[in-house]
Ligand binder design. Structure first.
Ligand code: GDP
Length: 367
C-alpha cells in the first residue's frame, strides 16, 4: 500500500473520499508538490476556517492533548442545544486550564428574555455537568452581538497563553472564528507551519495572536445524540431557529398533546387548563391533538402530517421515549434539546415529554 500523504499544513492524513471529514483534499490537488488539506487551503487563501468533524477516538486524543497544555479553553455551545452540544468528558481532561463557556446564537432569543437569566442557567447546568467555567458569556457569532466582549474575555483570561476553541459541530464555532479573523486578522495570509510531525499534531488550525501565542480551532466533534443528526440538511434548516423566535401560545387542558413536527411530543397529563408557550423555530410545524389519539397519529402520520423527519428520514428515526415531569417551579421551561423549549405554569403540573432515544429533555426555572 502507498505511504499516506500528510498535509503540509496541519499534519493530518490526507484523504480524498469524504468532504466532511478531516484531511479531505480534492483528488486533483494530490498532483501538487506540496499537498495541504482543504481546511488549511481555505485558511491560507481565504482566511476562513472550515467545518470538519472527527470520530470519537480522534476527539479523545485532542482532549488528552488539551490537558497537557497551559492554555485557555473556550468552549462554544449552542443555547438551543445546550445539552446536545455539551462535550461530556471535557472537564476531566482540561486539568487546571481555565474554561470560558460561551453560549452562541443569542440572536434567536425572543427580546423579552433576559440574557442574565440564561447565563445564570448555563452556570448552573455547567456545574451540574462537572464543569466550573471561569466565566460564561452569550453571543451571536452570526450577527456579531457579544463577539467583541467574548474576545475581550479571551484576552482577559488567557494571560498571554494560547487559546483553544472547542465545541461540537453546528454550534457556530467556525462562524465565530471567522469573525475573529475578520476583526483581528487583517488582510495578511495566515502562515501555515510545515514542521508538523505526522501523527503528533492536534489537527488544529493555528491563528497567530499578536504576542506570539496562538488561537487554535479544534475540529468539532459529532455528538450522535444531537437532534441535528436525526434529520437531513433541509430538515435541519427547518428546526434550527435562524431569526428571533416568535413564541406560539396554545391554550391546553388535560389530555391534550402537542407534536413538534414528528421529532418530539408533549402531553399535558395533569393540571389546570393553561397556556403552553412554545419557543421553537418559526418554521417548525406544530400539531395539536388529543393524547388518546396521539400514538395512533404518530404511527400513521410520521413523515407526512408530522414532519420533519420527512419520508426519507423516518426509516432510521429512533423511537420516541417518554419522560414524565412533575413541574418543580411556578413557571417551568420544558427543554427539548436541539428544538427549544415550552414554558408551562403551575407547580405540580404533570407533563410527559417524548424525545428520540438519546436526545436530552429536562426542566429548568423559566427564563
Ligand atoms: P460549527 O460546525 O460549530 O463550525 O458551526 P458553523 O459556524 O458552521 O454554524 C452552524 C450553523 O449555525 C450555520 O447554519 C450557521 O449559519 C449557524 N450559526 C452560527 N452562528 C450563529 C448565530 O450566532 N446565530 C444563528 N442564528 N445562527 C448561527
Amino acid at each position: 500500500e502507498n505511504q499516506p500523504v500528510i498535509c503540509a499544513g496541519c499534519g493530518v492524513k490526507i484523504q480524498t473520499t469524504d468532504k466532511r471529514e478531516l484531511g479531505y483534499t480534492p483528488p486533483q490537488a494530490l498532483e501538487k508538490d506540496v499537498v495541504i488539506c482543504q481546511r488549511c487551503f481555505r485558511l491560507k487563501h481565504y482566511n476562513e476556517v472550515q467545518d470538519v468533524s472527527l470520530n470519537d477516538d480522534d476527539f479523545l486524543r485532542i482532549l488528552t492533548e488539551l490537558g497537557s497544555k497551559d492554555a485557555l479553553i473556550v468552549k462554544v455551545t449552542d443555547i438551543f442545544d445546550f445539552h446536545g452540544s455539551w462535550l461530556p468528558g471535557l472537564h476531566r481532561f482540561v486539568n487546571n486550564n481555565p474554561v470560558l463557556l460561551v453560549g452562541n446564537k443569542s440572536d434567536v432569543l425572543p427580546k423579552s428574555i433576559k440574557h442574565s437569566k440564561i447565563v445564570q442557567w448555563m452556570k448552573h447546568a455547567a456545574k451540574e455537568n462537572g464543569l466550573k467555567p471561569v466565566d460564561v458569556h452569550l453571543m451571536s457569532a452570526a450577527k456579531g452581538d457579544g463577539v467583541m466582549e467574548t474576545a475581550d474575555l479571551i484576552e482577559k483570561y488567557r494571560k498571554g497563553r494560547d487559546v483553544y476553541i472547542v465545541g461540537c459541530t453546528n454550534v457556530g464555532k467556525s462562524t465565530f472564528i471567522n469573525r475573529l479573523i475578520k476583526e483581528f486578522g487583517g488582510d495578511e495570509e495566515f502562515l501555515i507551519t510545515t514542521s508538523n510531525v505526522p501523527g503528533t499534531t492536534l489537527d488544529m488550525i493555528d491563528i497567530p495572536l499578536d504576542d506570539g501565542s496562538s488561537l487554535y480551532d479544534t475540529p468539532g466533534i459529532i455528538n450522535h445524540h444531537q437532534m441535528a443528526h436525526l434529520v437531513d440538511k433541509e430538515e435541519l434548516k427547518i428546526i434550527t431557529p435562524r431569526k428571533e423566535i416568535k413564541t406560539k401560545v396554545y391554550q391546553l387542558k388535560e389530555g391534550q398533546t402537542l407534536f413538534f413536527g414528528g421529532l418530539s411530543r408533549l402531553d399535558f397529563f395533569k393540571g389546570d387548563p393553561q397556556s403552553f408557550v412554545v419557543h421553537m423555530s418559526n418554521e417548525l410545524n406544530i400539531h395539536r391533538t388529543k393524547t388518546e389519539k396521539a400514538d395512533e397519529l404518530y404511527k400513521n402520520h410520521l413523515g407526512s402530517l408530522l414532519t420533519p423527519p420527512g419520508e426519507g428520514s423516518t426509516e432510521n428515526f429512533p423511537p420516541l421515549e417518554k419522560h414524565e415531569f412533575k413541574l418543580p417551579y411556578e413557571k417551568t421551561d420544558i427543554v427539548f434539546s436541539g428544538l427549544g423549549w415550552v414554558t408551562v405554569h403551575g407547580k405540580g403540573t404533570i407533563v410527559r415529554a417524548y424525545v428520540p432515544k438519546g436526545v436530552q429533555t429536562g426542566t429548568r426555572p423559566s427564563f
